[in-house]
Every structure is written in structure tokens, then in C-alpha cells.
Design a protein. Structure first.
Length: 132
């Protein structure tokens, strides 16, 4: 995973997959890429539905959750509201791709998200490609 402006950590080997994460501190962005075996139906939507079922339990406080699919990509977007006494909101986008029995999950989020940050999210997510 190559992302200019992000400091990437070493790859973590997981049971049945791998994960790498990175931060762009100046921009306040955090990204991770997880590779895992596809569930039964090899499609981005199937990857999303399988992964999202587990993630919903881990992040119970969400607002404005949206699931979508376009072409060879599926995604989930949501806002984590500010806690009591805090003004910072988090924006999370999970992008799902699938190829050759492998789900690729890109998780991009930003603390202190403002609506003007949407263009940065879309530019980064549009640049995601699965290389052969």
C-alpha cells in the first residue's frame, strides 16, 4: 500500500489475511488496509455485508450510516458523534473491493471531521486500485 503523505506501519499477519495501517498526522487522517478471504459469494457487496455485520457490534454509536455499491466497489460511511463534553466528530468510510477470492477493505477515518473534508476522502478513495 503506497499513500503519499502517510506514515505506514509494518504489515501485520493475521489468521487468513494481513493488515497495514498508516497516518497522515497533519491532515488528521488514519487509513488501514485489510486483506481477508472472501465469503461464499465473491463480490464487493458480499465482502461488505460480511465485514459490516461484525463491525456494527464494535461501534454501536453511529449517525448517518449509509451503505452503497457502485461498479466493482461497495462501501459503508458513518459519523461517530462527539462524546459528552467533546466537539470532535469522526467520519469513517469503509471501501470494499474483491478479486480472486480476496476481500480488500480500506478503512479511512478522520477525527474532527468537517464537511469540507469530503473532497479529500473522495480523492483518496478514488485512487484505490488492486494490482495484479
Amino acid at each position: 500500500m503506497e499513500l503519499p503523505g502517510f506514515e505506514m506501519s509494518p504489515v501485520q499477519q493475521l489468521k487468513g489475511g494481513a493488515r497495514v495501517s498508516g497516518t497522515a498526522e497533519r491532515a488528521g487522517l488514519v487509513v488501514s488496509l485489510t486483506l481477508a478471504a472472501s465469503p461464499g459469494d465473491p463480490s464487493p457487496r458480499s465482502c461488505r455485508d460480511h465485514d459490516w455485520a461484525g463491525r456494527q457490534l464494535a461501534q454501536p454509536l453511529r449517525e448517518d450510516t449509509r451503505l452503497s455499491q457502485q461498479g466493482d466497489r461497495a462501501r459503508v460511511e458513518f459519523i461517530v458523534p462527539a462524546s459528552a463534553g467533546e466537539t470532535a466528530r469522526e467520519k469513517h468510510v469503509l471501501l470494499y473491493l474483491q478479486r480472486d477470492g480476496v476481500c480488500a477493505i480500506v478503512h479511512l477515518f478522520k477525527l474532527r471531521y468537517e464537511p469540507g473534508d469530503a473532497a479529500v476522502f473522495e480523492t483518496l478513495l478514488a485512487s484505490v486500485r488492486l494490482a495484479s
